[in-house]
Design a protein around this ligand. Structure first.
Ligand code: GDP
Ligand code: IMO
Ligand code: MG
Length: 493
């Protein structure tokens, strides 16, 4: 139904993450033989809802619920074995889901304790200019990979060699943290304890405890031994046998290290290009990429967001525990006058609170300037999610142009000055931070409940008009529309 004649399909976030990749990986996985992750790590939080069960997955692919499909963590992922063993596999097992069908690349780089500490320490040093990372050690782990001093899954199985590596690397990291960066030992200890109940185990005399780290990693990896394999070989042999393979992206195009709003990005290629390197498959073997885009735009963490409704400061007091009910939100939608309140209605109706960190997500109108990048870099096919969230909105907007309001500067081969209009997305955060959402197309809200619509024609005319507006302003082709978090709430256009 969804694969049609395609053999290899990629699901890519096309904005700043959390577009609904988990839902669609689960939906497509029904027809696939293999589901594979190629990049990112436990910064990702993918939600899968099946019946009454809600799964929150970080590193394990969202096809894990199907016992007859292989789920692969590819070489491009930075893997935290502690999170995998103590959190994900434990939770899945408790929910009655087997992980026997999980395979891990021996070449995947490993998140070590110092990666989390360096992640926090960089943010601490950046202070007001911080990126707002998930503090999962992702950036520092990819940096070590690029710097050729990372530890990979296969390295964890020779304890003597591993202990020696840890001893050498730990010294280097301590010199950086306590020497160059002058991180107070107490802060270090506090962060260590914050990284999920480690109770200072990994510290000794204010330093990394080499032996305990080696022992802990050896314990976890012993538990993972049956999962580790040459995943490149496994997938390429499946390709030869004409098997259907689903590639599950993490994060989103606007967080891509090359194509995103640098430096407010993650540290991997979350664009379609990342699939080939992150799994070791020929790029031409990928038949189709689906961009996942939500019907409004969201962002977690810092960085420019021109169509934002409200601001990071205004939303900081909100959290998932003081969520407004649907009725309260719908009522507020009718009277909302200011941007912050409109954004709050969207956030609370959709439950836009981070799957990984619980942070309130920033919300904004659909940004066609930013989202049109998807058609250029990933290809034109799109799945629109969360359309139902807009059911109660009296008016809905799509941003079609920015106005630059900053100082005169030079960018991409020309001088730009205040008052200049941008219809192509300036990904550089230095420029983007001065871009104001200046031109919008305004749509009438459809003001009805679309969550049980099953076919495209059941959608209200005004909702279809809005979808046509997204296509026209982004150059994308909408193939599927999602009207709720469940598998069944999926409409083929
Ligand atoms: P991912 O990171 O892209 O997998 O997305 P997340 O799982 O972090 O966040 C998406 C959220 O939206 C989850 O809570 C999903 O259950 C939910 N969701 C997905 N599609 C829809 C939809 O069409 N409508 C609504 N209301 N929620 C959706
Ligand atoms: P999924 O796969 C939304 C954001 C962080 C921060 C920036 C860098 O669930 O869509 P990092 O920890 O990666 O160094 O943080 O990227 N970020 C995400 N935002 N969804 C995600 O994943 C994200 N993964 C990272 O908030 O702004
Ligand atoms: Mg997410």
């Amino acid at each position: 139904m969804y694969f049609n004649d395609d053999k290899i399909i990629g699901i890519c976030g096309a904005a700043w993450g959390d577009e609904g990749k988990g839902k669609f990986t689960d939906v497509f996985a029904d027809e696939a033989h293999i589901i594979a992750r190629a990049q990112g790590g436990c910064n990702a939080g993918h939600t899968v809802i099946v019946g009454d069960m809600k799964l929150k997955l970080h590193q394990v692919p969202s096809g894990i619920i199907y016992p007859d499909k292989l789920n692969v963590i590819g070489n491009g992922v930075v893997l935290d074995p502690r999170v995998l063993v103590e959190n994900e596999i434990k939770n899945l097992t408790a929910q009655g889901i087997s992980t026997d069908n999980l395979k891990i690349s021996g070449d995947a780089h490993i998140i070590m304790p110092w990666h989390r500490i360096i992640d926090r320490a960089r943010e601490w040093r950046l202070a007001k200019n911080k990126i707002g990372t998930t503090a999962r050690g992702i950036g520092p782990a990819y940096a070590d990979k690029a710097n050729r001093c990372g530890i990979r899954m296969n390295d964890l199985y020779d304890k003597k060699v591993l202990t020696e590596k840890i001893r050498v690397i730990a010294k280097e990291k301590e010199a950086l943290l306590f020497g160059a960066w002058k991180l107070p030992v107490e802060t270090f200890a506090e962060w260590m304890n914050m990284t999920d109940q480690l109770d200072g185990l990994w510290l000794k005399d204010g330093k990394f405890n080499v032996q305990t780290i080696a022992d802990s990693y050896s314990d976890w990896t012993a538990k993972l031994k049956n999962y580790v394999t040459d995943t490149k070989k496994l997938i390429n042999s499946a390709i030869k046998k004409n098997k259907k393979i689903l590639l599950e992206g993490a994060q989103g195009l606007l967080l891509d290290i090359d194509h995103g709003t640098y430096p407010f990005v993650t540290s991997s290629n979350c664009s379609a290009g990342g699939f080939a390197t992150g799994l070791g498959i020929p790029p031409q073997s990928i038949d189709r990429i689906y961009n996942i885009l939500s019907a409004y735009t969201t962002r977690v963490g810092a960085g420019p967001f021109p169509t934002e409704l409200g601001s990071e400061e205004e939303i900081s007091s909100e959290n998932g525990n003081n969520k407004m009910s649907f009725d309260q939100s719908a009522q507020l939608a009718k009277t909302a006058q200011d941007d912050y309140t409109v954004g709050k209605v969207i956030r609370h109706i959709a439950g836009e609170f981070g799957t990984t960190t619980g942070r309130p997500r920033r919300t904004g109108w659909f940004d066609a300037v930013a989202c049109s990048l998807a058609a250029k870099i990933n290809g034109p096919d799109v799945i629109i999610t969360k359309l139902d969230v807009l059911d109660v909105m009296p008016k809905i907007k799509i941003c079609t142009a920015y106005e630059y309001t900053g100082p005169e500067t030079w960018y991409n081969g020309k001088t730009i000055k205040s008052g200049d209009k941008f219809t192509a997305f300036p990904t550089d955060a230095r420029i983007l931070k001065y871009c104001r959402a200046a031109e919008f197309i305004e749509f009438e809200g459809w003001n009805s409940n679309i969550t049980s619509a099953e076919i495209y024609d059941e959608l209200p005319t005004l909702a279809k008009k809005y979808l046509a507006g997204i296509e026209e302003t982004t150059g994308c082709n909408i193939k599927l529309v999602s009207v709720g978090p469940k598998r069944s709430q999926t409409i083929i256009k």
